[in-house]
Design a protein around this ligand. Structure first.
Ligand code: ZN
Length: 486
């Protein structure tokens, strides 16, 4: 199966704001089911202006074969974790040994290395069907904790490296600038955590404000925007939570890693007498703009607090399985009123279809029954849920939605025989034949339209980061004896 752009080469990019359209052999129209021969009009802002089923393609249309769905929104990413894929399983490993390897990679990142790696990772995401990403970003400063400044790329060197990467890959980016101040309850930062920290909540808020102004001056909001994150209740002392609750700007998305591991809950209870959710609630931080990431080990009361507040819950099923986190109560969260979203987090897998499936499978394994999330709900979680977590307008095949689409081939080895309605239970990213961002073709058959093969980009970027990690290890080994003399 092939997609073609009818008309002059690159016509889709060059066609005027009035005439752009995407023609879909079949299109998922949500509650209305699947329509045939659907022509989706796209306005100058890249949003859907019209949806006409049962019409032929016109010259200049981007033509998509297969079944076209709203593209997915990735609600939780740490782009550099992609460099750890397939490397952290020696002798089994635990969450905490995985974290050691992750810190070695974090320590070696420079703005230049991160831009290259993130470009590759975002290209991989786009080819897989993600057209927006919430980047939970905490590698802010130089390795010793000194802020970047004159001569080292300016105070937002790392954040702007991510923005450039996203623009090159054509993915919509929400930089969740993350507050990270402590190594645990009552614990100072470890050496590997120094570059994550601004010292105090006040200084983090100040840098966040400056970053928002810088990004707003450089990029349109539909392409790059800034939100906020607290790394976890482990990493933000209660005194600072109170400051943030008072001074965080209105309307900003706020994300936090919440109750991913039982150890965090035990430490939080010992230090504050509350669960992590209870602690956030005490400071008025459980609200509609909050996205609780993982929320794996939660109490019934936690579920009630998050649900009543209509907060978001971002599940990362393939990561949670890879790290042996456990199974979060996805079904109860939804029943309680929380809005679910999906993230690829550490990128052991970058595949919206596998995350959707893992969500339903997790619920089946947890409860011993089938049929918790039907395909329509899964697609809504993967697309609208993720957009809401980023404070973005969602993708969809209805007027007013963002014209971000992915076309799935229903005749591959994996999908042959599936009904078009049940592709959410059989398709993978390998069956995504084309991805469209704002009505423009962004990837086809796994190859990025502007950047080429993501595999080549990833291999080159990971090799460069590996070399930097080795270099840094050698240098610190050489430093050690000197230090012992003092
Ligand atoms: Zn995470």
């Amino acid at each position: 199966m092939t997609q073609q752009v009818i008309g002059p080469a690159g016509g889709s990019e060059e066609s005027g704001p009035e005439g752009r359209a995407v023609w879909c052999e079949y299109a998922w129209l949500g509650a209305e089911g699947i329509g045939a021969a659907v022509r989706v009009g796209v306005d100058a802002e890249g949003c859907v202006s019209s949806v006409l089923p049962g019409v032929p393609a016109q010259e200049g249309d981007v033509v998509l074969h297969g079944v076209v769905f709203p593209a997915a929104a990735n609600a939780h990413s740490h782009a550099f974790h992609r460099a750890l894929r397939g490397r952290t399983h020696d002798r089994g490993g635990t969450f905490w040994t995985w974290r050691e390897t992750m810190y070695a990679a974090a320590g070696a990142l420079t703005p230049e290395l991160y831009e290259e790696l993130a470009t590759a990772v975002y290209a991989e995401m786009v080819a897989a069907g993600f057209t927006s990403v919430a980047e939970f970003h905490y590698v802010h400063h130089l390795a010793d904790g000194t802020p970047y400044g004159e001569g080292t790329g300016g105070p937002h060197a790392m954040e702007l490296a991510l923005a450039r990467a996203a623009v090159r890959a054509g993915i919509r980016l929400t930089v969740l600038d993350t507050c990270y101040l402590a190594g645990g309850f009552g614990q100072p930062l470890e050496d590997g955590q120094r570059r994550f920290s601004d010292g105090t909540a006040e200084r983090w808020l100040e840098r966040l404000g400056a970053l928002r102004a810088t990004v707003a001056a450089l990029y349109p909001e539909h392409l790059v925007s800034v939100g906020a994150a607290l790394h976890s209740v482990r990493a933000v002392p209660e005194r600072d939570l109170a400051v943030i609750a008072r001074h965080l700007p209105e309307g900003l998305p706020l994300h936090i890693h919440l109750s991913e591991q039982p150890a965090e809950n035990e430490d939080c209870l010992a230090a504050t007498g509350l669960t992590p959710t209870g602690l956030l609630h005490r400071h008025g931080l459980v609200h509609e703009r909050l996205s609780a990431v993982h929320a794996t080990h939660v109490t019934g009361q936690d579920i009630g607090l998050l649900g009543n507040a209509r907060a978001g819950v971002v599940l990362c099923p393939t990561t949670e399985a890879d790290l042996a986190d456990g199974l979060g109560p996805a079904g109860p969260f939804r029943l309680a009123g929380a809005t679910l979203a999906l993230g690829t987090d550490q990128h052991a897998v970058v595949d919206p279809w596998l995350e959707m499936r893992a969500l339903e499978h997790g619920e089946r394994l947890r409860t011993g029954t089938r049929g918790h999330f039907d395909p329509e709900t899964l697609l809504d979680i993967a697309s609208s849920g993720g957009a809401r977590a980023q404070g973005r307008r969602g993708a969809g095949i209805r007027p007013g939605s963002v014209a971000d689409l992915m076309a799935v081939d229903p005749h591959t080895t994996r999908t042959a025989g599936s009904t078009r309605e049940q592709l959410a239970y059989t398709a993978t990213a390998q069956d995504v034949r084309a991805v469209v961002v704002g009505g423009v073709l962004a990837a086809r058959d796994g190859v990025h339209a502007a950047l080429g093969e993501p595999a080549a980009l990833l291999a080159a970027a990971i090799a460069r980061l590996d070399a930097a990690v080795r270099d840094r290890t050698h240098r610190s080994a050489a430093d050690t004896p000197t230090r012992e003399h003092h």
